[in-house]
Design a protein around this ligand. Structure first.
Ligand code: GLA
Length: 379
């Protein structure tokens, strides 16, 4: 059964209203990792995997919501003290609270949701969930008066204030603002962004999911951010966006070796995103690919957010002649993103599956990337 039919069927079996249906997307990121909370650049796009929700106001001051995938029901009020205990429901509660805190309106509603964004794969299923509800509640209760970019910030604040992840803006931005066939380069300092058509004739983007799960809230993600903030403070600048390698070398003796490596990666990654923008404009995918490999190296050795399985997938990609390959997203598991010449895709996918299984006992999952629209009303 299609996602929409499944959700509507479940909604009708539980509630009486006629719901509207909304969706928001997971995301990929071509390059620019761990740069968003450092005021740098990112290069994401929304994908054709979504969280979808059927939602209707219920005339009460209570939210009643069922998650098909988790097979759990939650009910909560809209005051700060009403936070639900289930972690998945806190994403929705957080979105409601962040809208209310900004002076917006949220009243009681009934909802059923489900999705096909793989969980823990680094494709931002949580941002898709937040963006789906932020978009829906803006439409249902606020006459769409909240600007789209602000919906992304609402999702980000939800992560900070209700889910314990001090994330940047990239995932929610991509989930809300994504457009079919377009990647977006976002400057996370000025928040200016540009759409880049992405449909190379001879290449495909392929995700290889190690199926090693990460949990950002419990992971060292927040620690990485703290390292960057410590170095920026020591340099007397707001974010590492304004740092250069020379500035960093100037304080090398005053900071820990670990903080030095983290900041070095961020400084290099900022330049890589700019190089990739130029290369894309010139149709130079070999350079794009080379930069992706450099990012992987930095994320693995300096930022230390890779893991054995992802390093292995990166090795296999190299051996198969894949143009570019790197770990994608926050790290500690999930996917590699691979820029692959079309004539090599079949061989790469088969080799990656076979060799990964021989070593780790299970096949990785492979997803072809289709760059798609972000948050929207489906019906
Ligand atoms: C996670 C965060 C993003 C970003 C990436 C790393 O996905 O949610 O804000 O920091 O990690 O680039």
């Amino acid at each position: 059964m299609e996602l929409k039919e499944q959700i509507l069927k479940e909604f009708n079996s539980r509630f009486n209203e006629k719901p509207s249906v909304y969706a928001s997307a997971g995301r990929i990121n071509l390059i620019g990792e761990h740069t968003d909370y450092n005021g740098g650049f990112v290069f994401p796009g929304a994908i054709d995997k979504v969280i979808m929700a059927a939602i209707a106001p219920n005339g009460t001051d209570k939210v009643r919501v069922f998650s098909i995938d988790i097979d759990e029901y939650a009910e909560f009020g809209l005051e700060e003290s009403d936070a639900p205990s289930q972690s998945w429901a806190r994403y929705i509660f957080g979105v409601c609270r962040e809208i209310i805190k900004r002076g917006g309106t949220v009243k009681g509603f009934d909802a059923v949701f489900a999705g096909n964004v793989p969980l823990g794969a680094g494709l931002s299923s949580s941002a898709a969930l937040e963006s789906c509800f932020a978009f829906a509640l803006n439409d249902l209760f606020n006459g769409n008066s909240i600007e789209k970019f602000e919906l992304a910030r609402i999702g980000q604040s939800t992560e900070h204030n209700y889910c314990g992840v001090n994330c940047g803006i990239m995932d929610q931005f991509a989930s809300v603002m994504g457009k079919e066939g377009k990647l977006m380069r976002l400057d996370c300092r000025s928040m200016e962004y540009e759409y880049y058509p992405f449909a190379p004739e001879d290449y495909e983007l392929v995700l290889v999911d190690s199926r090693v799960k990460h949990e950002l809230a419990d992971s060292p993600y927040n620690k990485r951010r703290e390292s960057c903030e410590r170095v920026a403070k020591r340099l007397g600048i707001e974010t590492l966006r304004d740092a250069t390698q020379a500035m960093l070398d100037g304080i090398r003796d005053e900071i820990s070796a670990e903080d030095y490596s983290r900041a070095k990666f961020v400084i290099e990654e900022k330049d890589r995103v700019l190089a990739v923008s130029d290369a894309l404009n010139a149709g130079d995918y070999e350079t794009v690919g080379r930069k992706m490999y450099e990012t992987h190296e930095g994320l693995s050795k300096d930022y230390e957010v890779s893991c054995e399985e992802l390093d292995y997938l990166n090795e296999i990609a190299k051996e198969c002649g894949v143009t570019g390959s790197r770990i994608m997203g926050g790290g500690f598991g999930g996917c590699t993103i691979n820029l692959v010449r079309k004539d090599l895709v079949a061989d790469f996918v088969e080799t990656a599956k076979k060799r990964f299984k021989e070593k780790y006992g299970h096949e990785p999952k492979v997803y072809e990337v289709v760059i798609s629209d972000g948050a929207r009303k489906v019906e």
